[in-house]
Design a protein around this ligand. Structure first.
Ligand code: ACO
Ligand code: LMR
Length: 240
């Protein structure tokens, strides 16, 4: 039946003109009946297609691993201070989310952009890192406050293990690891961080799944979808 008045806005991801909402053309009942998960819903609403199970599982692992990282990080700090000042849940949440940016959790898109550009242009890790240094830009996806060459980030190791076991190719991630080997030779805190791991592995997901054209991959990387994964994930911890 008629459930909506006409609107001037057209959504290309979601349609609720029928009896039940559809995500990228897939009815809600079918999503539930097939036992699909959050990774599948993200693939429908962000990428407008159903991705293979290993891709949607990877998305879910990213969300689970980045859901929280203790009270010391800028996002949790702001949320806790805001909540203790008596503000409501949404205010506390957004005060934390607003700290996500180039230094904290929001380096995933830039990591994907820079690693892709450097790999596709055939730059050696040395050429890439030194060219960034000349431009005065910190390599996105590299560096951490506590993690070190001899105290690796478990999240990064778990993502790498999953991808090496399930992805058809991990060429961008292996490039990021080579970059890390070079940066670690300069300083022990310059590890591949979780943003860099997700950014490089998402390039492998996009390129290796066979579900995206080269032009679509370029557009996704240029527009920048991937920081959304951290925002979504960390909201879970901030709300908690
Ligand atoms: N590339 C090159 N050099 C770096 C990098 C990098 N990514 N990170 C640190 N350095 C070097 C710099 O020489 C820096 O000196 P400078 O202040 O003169 O530039 C020196 O290491 C020490 O830097 P600090 O600011 O003390 O390092 P800190 O441990 O505080 O920073 C941070 C950690 C913010 C993550 C940093 O490494 C960085 O900016 N990385 C790039 C952005 C990034 O990947 N952010 C996501 C982090 S993961 C997460 O938030 C979930
Ligand atoms: C995080 O996931 O919040 C951390 O890796 C960032 C940090 O500053 O430790």
């Amino acid at each position: 039946g008629k459930v909506r008045a006409p609107t001037h806005i057209i959504s290309t991801i979601s349609d609720d003109r029928g009896e039940e909402p559809c995500y990228a053309g897939v009815p809600m009942s079918s999503i539930v009946e097939q036992g699909l998960g959050v990774g599948d819903v993200i693939s429908l609403l962000w990428f407008k297609r159903s991705l293979p199970r290993y891709c949607t599982k990877f998305i879910e692992i990213c969300i689970m691993l980045c859901a929280d990282h203790g009270p010391c990080v800028s996002g949790a700090h702001n949320t806790i201070v805001t909540a203790r000042a008596g503000k409501d849940l949404v205010s506390s949440l957004v005060s934390g989310l607003l700290t996500i940016g180039p230094r904290f959790g929001g380096a995933i898109d830039d990591a994907a952009r820079y690693f892709k550009d450097a790999y596709d242009r055939g730059l050696t890790p040395y050429e890439f890192v030194e060219s960034m240094k000349k431009k005065g830009i910190r390599v996105p996806g590299i560096g951490h406050r506590i993690k070190r060459g001899d105290n690796r980030d478990k999240r990064v190791e778990l993502l790498q293990l999953f991808a090496r076991t399930n992805f058809p190719s991990v060429k961008y991630m292996e490039y990021a690891v080579q970059v890390e080997t070079y940066t670690l030779s300069k300083a022990n805190n310059l590890v591949l961080n979780v943003d860099g791991a997700i950014g490089s592995l998402f390039l492998d997901l996009l390129a290796g799944s066979g579900m995206f054209t080269k032009q679509e991959i370029d557009e996704i990387v240029e527009i920048g979808y991937l920081n959304g994964l951290f925002v979504l994930a960390r909201s879970i911890g901030l709300i908690g």
